[in-house]
Design a protein around this ligand. Structure first.
Ligand code: KMT
Ligand code: NI
Length: 179
């Protein structure tokens, strides 16, 4: 199984609910690729000693990694952090996350500015391109353990929308043309 994605409804119910349209409107991996979003499935049970993960880190230059456990009892300022994660934002670098346990949603904007919800479960690694507007929330299981990967010294700074003045945003928007 890989990641599953769908277009979101626009109700402001609990963000951690699935928010599927009725009928469900799925988004394929191919459509995600066109938006610059890539994912691979790995074996999270062996993440501490996984040659496949090592190869990806080597090939992509992901020299930095740490692990974040997003759960009320392990993450200081849980409520405040969830709010920050769920505020629509962009980064100047790629956001690379590998779900080691639990589940979560990454929401991204498509070309028409519609929300696509990406459901990440254990073993899935995702790359969101620098400059894409997105947000994050755990799902109804309220638990996500994720590896954060980065090229070089990590920069977690998030710029809330609107952040259209950044060069990286222009670059990202330009990269969507013709696809
Ligand atoms: C971000 O920038 O959206 C995040 O870091 C999300 C939380 S890490 C799984
Ligand atoms: Ni982010």
């Amino acid at each position: 199984m890989g990641i599953e994605a769908w277009y979101m409804d626009s109700t402001d119910e609990d963000p951690q609910k699935p928010h599927r349209l009725e009928p469900n409107q799925p988004v394929s991996l191919d459509e995600l690729k066109k938006l610059g979003v890539f994912s691979v499935k790995l074996n999270a049970d062996i993440y501490e000693n996984d040659p496949e993960l090592e190869q990806i880190r080597k090939d992509q230059g992901y020299s930095y990694m740490d692990i974040i456990t997003i759960r009320r009892d392990t993450l200081p300022d849980y409520e405040a952090k969830l709010k920050i994660f769920y505020s629509e934002h962009l980064h100047l670098d790629d956001e690379i996350r590998y779900v080691l346990d639990g589940q979560a949603y990454f929401d991204i904007r498509d070309k028409q500015d519609r929300w696509i919800r990406i459901w990440m479960t254990k073993g899935e690694l995702i790359t969101l391109p620098a400059g894409i507007y997105h947000r994050f929330t755990p799902d109804e299981t309220h638990f996500t353990k994720a590896m954060r990967l980065f090229i070089g010294e990590p920069v977690w700074k998030a710029y809330n929308r609107p952040a259209d003045e950044f060069e990286i945003r222009h670059k990202y928007v330009a990269s969507l043309q013709g696809s």
